[in-house]
Design a protein around this ligand. Structure first.
Ligand SMILES: Nc1ncnc2c1ncn2[C@@H]1O[C@H](COP(=O)(O)OP(=O)(O)OP(=O)(O)O)[C@@H](O)[C@H]1O
Ligand SMILES: [Mg+2]
Length: 508
């Protein structure tokens, strides 16, 4: 510290150093696939940042109520103990931070490990390993013996950030099975079922999609998923990946519609250092998905030039980075989604037929919500319980409201229904949500004729397009051309709305 540095400035710069260290670790975490190495890295970094003597990461086995970890990196020896005894276990089971300044005076402290190892614990800090995205606690992170004094509030914050990063990495790496030497097949089963569980629907259309996913769960064929916006194409792509033998390898999703033409190649295939001034080398998404699945969303929006390049990668199974001279071999399953009619695009010369057949080894067509009206009550209640869980509210949907929902138009499909439930939950003032609470933004089926004059002899596709065009124009008008709000009200993403506006030639 220079003599000119004030204590406050010193504190800020020390905190800054800690935050940037956390950022660096989290970046390393994203690229490190071996969970054992990763956890070791985080533990070492935690001892350094917190000035502690030791750090351990324990994973929670909920079934047996045990905590476990590897004794040392690279060893297969596993330390297991009862999570109901000891402070790390208490942090994992209660989800709370526990900071103990004198271990032997704390009733929760389990001194048997000290007795076994000969180590003497003075003070310790334990935080739950909690994934902040879904709130799941997967274990505990513990640091022992601060070199000077006891652990303070800043240490708690630093350890909590590291723990949150590790929890995500642990879940993403999905390597717990590898570490415990559990049967990989069992994990595959569990993950697959878990992924399929998120898909709700008793209608025969949804059930046959689920059966198909299960039937092809031991293969890696390319699948094209088509369907209107908000019908669950993303959801299906994830279920396909997590049900497949590739489930423990990366799932990389890329929205082709959001890619500017000049970045497509770099994004997909990567770039070499020095292609332009200041450019560093970077891997593309094909390489990032190596061994796993690449999900190309809105594939119909890719230029013909980009389509040709993808076709080459699929045929040769190698990528070449922009400005690169060598071929990098990749093993990638490609899932694609489109809400455009790709066969029509082929006829118009906008989509390559050869690529289409490579991508569409199997085709899953997601039904619109109109086609699975019988699932509406089930879906509505499913989203209701999700929202209630997140908001801590306890709400019900009346029979009347469910009936009205089942009769309504949902041009934004399941996503729009989900958004409507979110809105109802946010606005709810009484326990039972009734018909009066329904928004008036969703037209009844009876309004269809007003919205879209059903011309005699017109195809369903044409009529749906008319309806979409009309609803978008009306909503843009109603929101004073505010695309963000119009998209929300229609249950679309903003990009989804822009794409549709382009398609229907609706000016801003
Ligand atoms: N059958 C279903 N069961 C449960 N949730 C569903 C189902 N279908 C869709 N959802 C939910 O609806 C929302 C929209 O689904 P998703 O993003 O997969 O649609 P999409 O077809 O990819 O839409 P877009 O074309 O706009 O990208 C998501 O939150 C998804 O989880
Ligand atoms: Mg999608």
């Amino acid at each position: 510290m220079s003599s000119a540095t004030t204590p406050a400035a010193y504190q800020v710069s020390r905190l800054h150093e800690k935050l940037s260290a956390i950022l660096t670790i989290s970046q390393q975490m994203n690229s490190e696939r071996d969970l054992g190495i990763l956890l070791d890295l985080v533990a070492r970094e935690a001892t350094r940042l917190l000035g502690a003597d030791r750090a351990s990461i324990f994973l929670l086995d909920r079934e047996k109520l045990e905590l476990w970890s590897k004794v040392a990196l690279g060893s297969d020896e596993i330390l297991r103990f009862d999570a109901r005894k000891g402070i790390a276990g208490a942090a994992a089971l209660t989800g709370k931070v526990i900071n103990v300044s004198d271990a032997y005076y704390d009733a929760r402290f389990n001194s048997t490990i000290d007795t076994q190892t000969g180590y003497r614990t003075r003070n310790l800090l334990a935080v739950p390993l909690q994934n902040l995205i879904d709130g799941e606690v997967v274990g505990a992170f513990e640091v022992l013996n601060k070199r000077d004094g006891a652990f303070d509030a800043e240490d708690e914050e630093v350890l909590k950030s590291l723990a949150a990063q590790s929890a995500i990495a642990i879940q993403t790496a999905r390597s717990i099975g590898e570490l415990t030497k559990e049967n990989a097949h069992l994990w595959h089963e569990v993950e697959g079922r878990y992924a399929r569980h998120h898909i709700v629907g008793n209608s025969s259309k949804i059930q046959s999609v689920l059966q198909l996913i299960e039937r092809i769960s031991d293969s890696s064929v390319n699948v094209l998923i088509s369907g209107e916006s908000g019908t669950g194409k993303d959801l299906i792509a994830k279920a396909l990946h997590y049900s497949s033998p590739r489930s423990r390898r990366p799932f990389v999703a890329l929205n082709c519609a959001a890619l500017p033409e000049n970045l497509v190649e770099t994004e997909l295939f990567g770039i070499e250092k020095g292609v332009a001034t200041g450019v560093n080398s970077r891997m593309g998404q094909f390489q990032a998905a190596d061994g796993g699945t690449l999900f190309l969303d809105e594939i119909g929006d890719l230029s013909l030039a980009a389509q040709a390049k993808i076709l080459r990668v699929l045929e040769a199974r190698v990528v070449e980075r922009v400005g690169g001279r060598t071929s990098i071999s990749v093993d990638v399953r490609v899932l694609t989604a489109s809400n455009k009619d790709l066969e029509a695009e082929i006829k118009k010369g906008n989509f390559r037929e050869d690529l289409y057949y490579r991508l569409k080894v199997l085709h899953i067509r997601m039904p619109s919500l109109r086609e699975i009206r019988e699932d509406i009550p089930l879906l509505a209640n499913h989203f209701l319980s999700e929202c209630c869980r997140d908001s801590g509210k306890q709400l019900e949907l009346s029979h009347g409201v469910l009936r009205r929902m089942a009769e309504r138009q949902w041009p934004g499909n399941v996503r729009q229904l989900q958004n409507e439930i979110k809105r109802l939950v946010a606005c709810a003032r009484k326990r039972v949500i009734t018909e009066e609470d329904l928004g008036d933004g969703i037209p009844e089926t009876g309004d269809q004729e007003r919205m879209s004059p059903a011309r005699a002899g017109a195809s369903i596709k044409g009529a749906v397009a008319d309806l979409e065009r009309q609803m978008i124009a009306d909503m843009l008008h109603a929101t004073g051309n505010n695309q963000q709000r119009a998209a929300k009200a229609l249950g679309l993403s903003r990009q989804g709305l822009i794409n549709k506006m382009k398609r229907y030639k609706i000016g801003p």
